[in-house]
Design a protein around this ligand. Sequence first.
Ligand code: CTP
Length: 404
Amino acid sequence: MQLTGKKIVLAVTGSIAAYKTPQLVRLLIKEGADVRVITTAMAGAFVSALALATVSKHPVYSSVSDGTSWNNHVEMGLWADAMLIAPCSANTLGKLANGLCDNLVSAVYLSARCPVFIAPAMDEDMWLHESTRYNVQRVRSYGNQIIPVAHGELASGLVGEGRMAEPEEIVKYLAEALSDDNKPLKGTNALVTAGPTFERIDPVRFVGNFSTGKMGIAIAEALADMGAKISLVLGPTHLGTYHANIKVIKVESAAEMYDASIKLFPQCEIAVLAAAVADYKPKEMALEKIKKKEETLDLNLTRTNDILASLGKKKKNNQLLVGFALETTNELENAIAKMKSKNADMMALNSLRDEGAGFGHDTNKLTLLDNKGYNEQLPLMSKKESAQAIVKHILELRHAEKTV
Ligand code: CTP
């Protein structure tokens, strides 16, 4: 059984290939998956909800509300380990490409944080139309996977490209993609720190920074996608992640982040410290709210522990330590000096001077450095792509280490 315990939302849309979906559900269940089916209104013309409900052993939903009850699309999107849209009609593909949301399937798709697999099905002329080509490219660029269409007899009677892949092929594709077996970081534990830290001044105030944790979360997800098991030590942020390979440990202060990281590091082969840790905290926290009295107020601050430097001191030969450097002057020299003084193997230099880079943005512009003299300036790219570039270099460093 290749899909044991995997929770899969199957979205069926209006295409003749929908008649094959009860068989698809059967095969997914046979491989150990837990399957919930949703459909568009048009799907009902090609396959009955009763057939799908019977084989999946769960109710089939087709609208966000049934008049009296609310089918929570966000909950469904978060529940799933994978979403499979099969068959995906040209119409639904167009909606996915453009972020339209006028039915349950598109709402679940937009809410899903899991990998999404799309098995298109349409006539060859529709499949080859320029707009469909463009839509396929767009949905791919969002990180979704397109299960290749097959060649064969089409509903129009013509023979050509555009048939939905056979249910057996779809199940095989999913099993391969969802299994960690062939992934380069299978069996590897990694520690990632992310987000800001808050240092309490009194019960209602803190010293903090503008980090949202977006970059660190993207790194945890990119490592997890490679099969690693991640402990994500996350400072106070509204952002989160639901990846099956990521365990989130929520902390508030630099001291809590330090304690969690020191405890986890010995079991990890990779540590990426992306958190914006406060360098100073109030020397003492007032137990009562500080009242407004004088014109000025002096805050007495004291140094926090440097987590990266502390892990650098404890690092063993089989451990790879990656830090971030946020610099505003002499960026390269400062980042290299930081990498050496903290005994990191690799550093991602983040410059606040570049537009679109840094706290809160969706994009970042990094320079990757390592202790062997590697220096690569990445272009402005999404934090997801930046994270993938960091993970790619981590894999190269590990590979180089093994082949020495
Ligand atoms: N870092 C850490 N613990 C701290 C401070 C920083 O683990 N108490 C880590 C960060 O997560 C980052 C790296 O050290 O990976 C560099 O952080 P940065 O803020 O650029 O540098 P600092 O060491 O704080 O030095 P400075 O603020 O003087 O530039």
